[in-house]
Design a protein. Structure first.
Length: 172
């Protein structure tokens, strides 16, 4: 089955949602610090390595999904090097009332935990922030496997001293 543009948009939106909410600004016992002001001024696409012509192809593709009733509406935001390149709305946020999509529309993210986490992990992997062979306890210390001094069973031939995301005896 060929992935559609709408599924790609959902993945991009899901990744953006995770990345903006994955790092809380405060702990539960501390009052939240005010968020720093974010400059939402758009820059010329070429100034950060985007092509204005190709962005127009993206806009046309999303608008086609709206026109073909594959999506009711969408919001896209593209940024590079901390600068907003493009921020647009398409279609409607409510089919019943035909209320137009706005940049502050709130989307519900039902059952998106696994895809959002998967996209976030791929991004972090690409940035070199983790490897599949890293022990999980490196990031979640409570999952460290404790060694028992009373263990009478010898370790298995392919045992690993810690949990990883990759099987310890994966064939090369």
């Amino acid at each position: 089955m060929k992935p559609s543009l709408s599924s790609a948009i959902v993945v991009v939106f899901a990744a953006a949602t995770l990345l903006t909410s994955a790092f809380p600004a405060s702990r539960a016992q501390q009052p939240a610090a005010p968020a720093p002001a974010v400059d939402m001024t758009s820059v010329q696409p070429e100034s950060v390595g985007f092509s204005a012509q190709r962005l127009e192809r993206l806009h046309a593709a999303i608008q086609d999904e709206i026109n073909n009733k594959q999506l009711a509406g969408a919001v896209t935001i593209l940024a590079r090097h901390g600068k907003i390149v493009d921020y647009r709305t398409y279609g409607v946020r409510d089919l019943a009332t035909s209320a137009p999509m706005t940049k502050d529309t709130i989307f519900r993210d039902y059952s998106m935990t696994k895809p959002v986490t998967g996209v976030a992990m791929m991004i972090l992997y690409e940035e070199g922030k983790w490897l599949p062979s890293d022990p999980i306890s490196k990031y979640i210390p409570n999952l460290r496997i404790s060694k028992s001094s009373t263990a009478s069973t010898p370790p298995a031939k392919c045992s690993s001293p810690s949990l990883t995301t990759r099987p310890p005896c994966a064939s090369s």
